[in-house]
Design a protein around this ligand. Structure first.
Ligand code: SF4
Length: 329
């Protein structure tokens, strides 16, 4: 525990203090859909990885307080090197990033010299630097469609997203064996039971889910795609197979509809809350804005290498966020 996190902040109006510091620092708060509702509500922009990357690249704020996980805050720093980028909790990692150590990924690449590396944004700056093109779940479809079918590809680090893209686009990408521990935890048995309790309710799933969950989905897409589906679908109930904090935005957008988180093995969807995203709290956001720590710092040579593959994504994904989303199952 840091000295900061041992401070007694009781008695402080954290929301008012965060808003005051935000103005004082000329800061922007970027919040991912998987953040706690109170953080989403304080964010200037709430979005998925692609949307937040774009916001980070465009902002004229001096400070970016990134409420998400470390690879996302690193992406913001890669795209906006002159800004101060703070992450409320530097331990907010990601199981996909952890599954793909750069030295092992470098060996994988070297073993397949005729393949290009298409890499999911959920990876370290070092792995981005070893990649040719980065994708997010909302840009992957559009980007793959621009790569000639004969071009051999390695895809990492999420084998479920890669497998889904292979099936959907008829590709044969070599897959790195990483998984998201959150999406891996959904239970097919419990999902079938839930569907039986809500006959006719569609299922929307994130492509980080394993195939036995995807097989039950009426819609497969990024978090922003799933949110859009929630707004436009017919019917009044949706079963949501992704991190359940996205439901906060759904309930705000269409309060008349009912959203039910898909269950984990014990029938309780709490096991699908991302433990890394949950590390960020209002207290830590307040301290990050007050102290401008913990701060993302990157070696400049590494940043420039990583930026190349991110720039390719931003160019290939075009101007419209979500244009390359994966769409119906
Ligand atoms: S939900 Fe999964 S992919 Fe997203 S940050 Fe958490 S562990 Fe990583």
């Amino acid at each position: 525990m840091t000295a900061q996190s041992r401070e007694n902040l009781s008695g402080l109006d954290l929301v008012a203090e965060i808003q005051r510091l935000k103005k004082e620092r000329n800061a922007v708060i970027l919040g991912h859909y998987y953040q706690r509702p109170e953080i989403q509500d304080l964010s200037d922009f709430v979005g998925d990885s692609l949307e937040l990357s774009r916001k980070a690249a465009e902002t004229d704020a001096d400070v970016i307080a990134f409420c998400g996980v470390k690879f996302m805050a690193e992406t913001a720093k890669i795209l906006s090197p002159d800004k101060i980028v703070v992450l409320p909790d530097m331990d907010a990692g990601c199981s996909l990033e952890d599954s793909c150590p750069p030295e092992q990924f470098a060996r994988f690449r070297a073993a397949h010299p005729d393949h290009i590396a298409l890499t999911y944004i959920n990876c370290s700056a070092e792995v981005k630097a070893l990649s040719d093109i980065i994708v997010t779940s909302s840009s992957a479809g559009q980007i793959i469609a621009q790569i000639p079918p004969e071009q051999k590809i390695i895809f990492g680090p999420d084998r479920h997203l890669g497998g889904y893209l292979n099936r959907k686009f008829g590709r044969d990408m070599l897959l790195w064996p990483g998984v998201c521990i959150v999406h891996e935890a959904f239970s097919e048995t419990e999902l079938i039971k839930l569907k039986a309790q809500h006959p006719g309710a569609p299922v929307a799933a994130h492509p980080e889910c394993p195939p036995h969950i995807i097989d039950h989905a009426d819609y497969v897409g990024s978090t922003s795609g799933i949110l859009q589906f929630a707004k436009t679908m017919g019917g009044d109930t949706l079963i949501v197979a992704t991190e359940p904090h996205i439901i906060h935005q759904m309930e705000k957008a269409v309060p008349e509809k009912t959203f039910i988180g898909a269950p984990g093995a014990d029938g309780n969807c709490n096991c699908n809350i991302c433990p890394y995203m949950a590390l960020n709290t209002l207290e830590k956001l307040y301290l990050a804005l007050r102290d401008l720590e913990p701060r993302i710092e990157l070696d400049e040579a590494l940043r420039l290498k990583a930026k190349k593959s991110l720039d390719r994504m931003l160019e290939m994904a075009g101007g419209t966020v979500g244009k390359g989303d994966l769409g119906r199952a």
